[in-house]
Each structure stands twice: as structure tokens, then as C-alpha cells.
Design a binder for this molecule. Sequence first.
Ligand SMILES: [Zn+2]
Length: 231
Amino acid sequence: MVVEQLLKYQEVDEKLKAIEDGLKGSEEFKKYAQATKFLKTVDDSRALYEDRSAALISNFNEKQSELSKLIDEMNDLSETLGEDAEEKEISFLTKRASELQKKLQSLEAQIQKLESEIKEVLTQYSTFVKKTKVYMEQRKENKEKYEKLLAEKEAERKSITDELKGLEKDIPEELMKIYKDKRKDGKFKIVCKVENGYCTSCNTELVIAEKEKLKKEKIIECPNCHKLIYV
Ligand SMILES: [Zn+2]
């Protein structure tokens, strides 16, 4: 008796599932869900861009101040060289000047690299902002369309839900809860027949103990695919 009632419930529930699948499978819903998913990550992405650009800018400023110190030192050096320097001193200062020149070149290269990295981050950020705007529009537009679809199906959905509520009264609470939990997984059907000792959902043969259990309890869970099974 319970089996028949549960099967009847499933039969009606299948109509509800078809409506749900139709809604979830609609372009409107897919676009809405896609945009929502992207927009959920926006804050994190923005924080990443901010961190990255803050780090680059601070590095850039550091290098700039190193550069200005280096230039000061080079100016001092050339002034000293311009004065009446001793020959020994000149050789030392010239060596130092060439060291500083090398440092200057390396520093300039590093600054140039940082500049292009900052530019790249700015470009990526601007693309990200544009993409965010597009997704905001996509979400708004498809949310409205999807809600319209929902509204169109509401009467049909409600009549099925009411019918299900009526059928539910004749099914043991515990069993109903198991059914509903499995229903959340989204895989239909939930209740499947056992034929010649085999679960028709997963084609696994039940062991003797399970067959005995099934005989006694009328409806059990398939140990392999976890559907509700009956004979
Ligand atoms: Zn099975």
C-alpha cells in the first residue's frame, strides 16, 4: 500500500520536476545564474586588484627615491671631480662613477618594468570593470525575464504542489523525509523497481539478505545507487 502511494506521489512529482527542469534549463535562468555567479566574486577580485596595484605603486615609489638618491650622489661626484682632485683620488672617483652608472641603468630598467606592470594591471582592471557592468545588466535583464517565466508557471506549479500535499498525508513521515532528501539531489526517479532480484536503476543484483529485507520492509534503499527500491 505504502509503495503504491509513494509511486503515485512520484508520478505527480515528476510533473513538478519537469516544470522545475524547464525553468532551470531556460536561457533566462542560465544567463541570470551565470551573471550572479560572476558578481559574487567581484568584491574579492576588486580587492586583489587593489592589493596588487598598491604593492606595485609602493615598489615604484621606493625605486624612484633610490633613483633620486643615486642621481644626487652622481652629481656630488662630478662636482668633486671638477675640483682640483689628486690623481689617486681621480682614479677612485672614476671607478665609483662607473659603478653608479651601472646601478643607474639597472634601476631605470626596474622602474620601466614596474611601469609596464602597473599599466597592465590598470588595463586588466578596466576590462574587469567593463565586464562587471555587462554582467550587472545581464543579471537585471534575465532576473526579470526569469521571474516572468516563474509567474507564468506558478498556477500549474501550485496545483501540483497542492496535489502532492494531499498525497503526502498517506505516506509515513519518515519515508517522505527520505524521499524529499533524495529529491534535492535533482536525480529522478527516486523510487525504482527491483526485477528478478536486480535494481532497475543501477542494474546491481541484491544479495540474499537485502532481498529478505525488501520482502519484509517492502521498500528499502538500494545499497549501490541509494534509490528507494521495491518489488
Ligand atoms: Zn540500485
